[in-house]
Design a protein around this ligand. Structure first.
Ligand code: PLP
Length: 375
């Protein structure tokens, strides 16, 4: 008998239906990333993987607009790990942290910072409105860190990061920015604005599979980290351990190599398309969808045009539309969109315009299904 000749009845492979994914993340995986996922596995300490990692680091510097020597890396987790790693490494017991919280992700930041020992103060804004930079200036006090979500996914609001950064820079506090719904699709200038720590999630504007948080860390942030009184309580994302793996090729933990393969392709595809071109694509798509949905009774939820987050189109529902029933019917037709969260549930829809979602073809599918369901 041959050693490996064990026969088992084989199960037929499942055929999955095509799906139109138009949520505010995850987004459809870029075809180049999908292909890279099937590449044969390599070890996380393989020279070829380190070479790929260096290319990813350089591309991330371009995407975030960092200083030439800024440290960039991928964390092995989703956007929330990017958020948590920043507070874990850059905040110590008793630090004053000012958080701009005008939605659920700003509030998530506040909770995390508090868990890492910060004295948290909040700058808030009414639901559906951006943070007022003047409020940040008024409440800055002796904060050692200010944190803000660039694109607040829960309400479709774009916060004025460059203006907030200008105020924070003058105070000497570190600035942390959540760029989960913006980086790779909206302009981001880490160096020019003066951002110290920024993160996103691979599954958002870059259309890579979920499971990686691309981060960039300024020299100032590293200096703050180096002066810690206590080691960072989150061993898994300790900046020193990360630096060891990404710069000195020393083992820290087993990185998800196949996700690195896919991510590298998705990021390359984004940079080849061009960041300004991607920002223009989102705007063109947002305007076309709004125009198409206006006759059906939809209208922009965010009142002021400059506060609207281009990558997450938040639309107020027409009077009398049964939100849950319509979305259920769409889902039956293999189309996913997202409703409001908390106080905006039943009031708005949030349509994803990140990465590969911001294309005419999937939105044509949505429009024709809606015409059919609503008429
Ligand atoms: N920050 C923002 C602005 C988000 O939209 C999200 C997710 O939607 C997160 C953080 C958390 O990211 P993840 O779900 O990848 O952990």
């Amino acid at each position: 008998m041959k050693l490996l000749e064990i026969s088992r009845p084989s199960r037929p492979q499942t055929d999955y239906p095509e799906h139109t994914l138009l949520t505010p993340g995850p987004t459809p995986i870029h075809p180049r990333a999908m292909k890279a996922l099937t590449r044969p596995m390599l070890g996380h300490m393989d020279e070829e993987v380190f070479k790929l990692n260096r290319a990813i680091q350089a591309d991330l510097r371009e995407m975030y607009g960092t200083a030439p020597g800024a440290f960039t890396a991928l964390l092995a987790g989703t956007g929330s790990l990017g958020m948590e790693a920043g507070f874990a490494n850059l905040v110590e017991q008793g630090d004053e942290v000012l958080i701009c919280a005008n939605g659920s992700f700003g509030r998530r930041m506040a909770e995390m910072a508090a868990r890492y020992g910060a004295n948290v103060r909040l700058v808030t804004a009414p639901l559906g409105e951006a943070i007022n930079p003047g409020d940040v200036a008024d409440q800055l006090g002796n904060a050692q860190m200010v944190a803000v979500v660039h694109g607040e996914t829960s309400t479709g609001v774009l916060n004025p990061v460059p203006e907030i950064a200008e105020i924070v820079r003058r105070s000497g506090a570190l600035l942390t920015v959540d760029a989960v719904t913006t980086a790779g699709m909206e302009p981001f200038e880490m160096q020019a604005w003066g951002v110290d720590y920024v993160y996103t999630g691979a599954q958002k504007c870059l259309s890579a599979p979920p499971g990686l948080a691309p981060v960039a860390i300024s020299e100032r942030a590293f200096a703050r980290f180096a002066a810690r009184r206590q080691p960072t309580p989150l061993w898994y994302c300790d900046f020193e351990g990360l630096r060891g793996y990404w710069l000195e090729q020393t083992y820290h933990h087993t990185v998800p190599v196949n996700l690195h393969f896919a991510f590298a392709e998705a990021l390359r595809a984004a940079l080849e398309e061009g960041l300004p071109e991607r920002a223009a694509r989102v705007r063109m798509m947002g305007a076309a969808i709004t125009t198409a949905l206006t006759p059906l009774g939809f209208s922009p939820y965010v009142r002021r045009e400059q506060d609207r987050l281009p990558t997450v189109l938040a639309l107020r529902l027409p009077e009398g539309l049964d939100d849950a029933a319509v979305r259920k019917e769409l889902r039956k037709r293999e189309i996913s969109i997202t409703g409001g969260l908390g106080p905006t549930a039943g009031l708005i829809w949030r349509l994803g315009l990140m990465g590969e979602a911001a294309r005419p073809a999937p939105y044509r599918i949505l429009m024709s299904a809606l015409e059919d369901i609503l008429n």
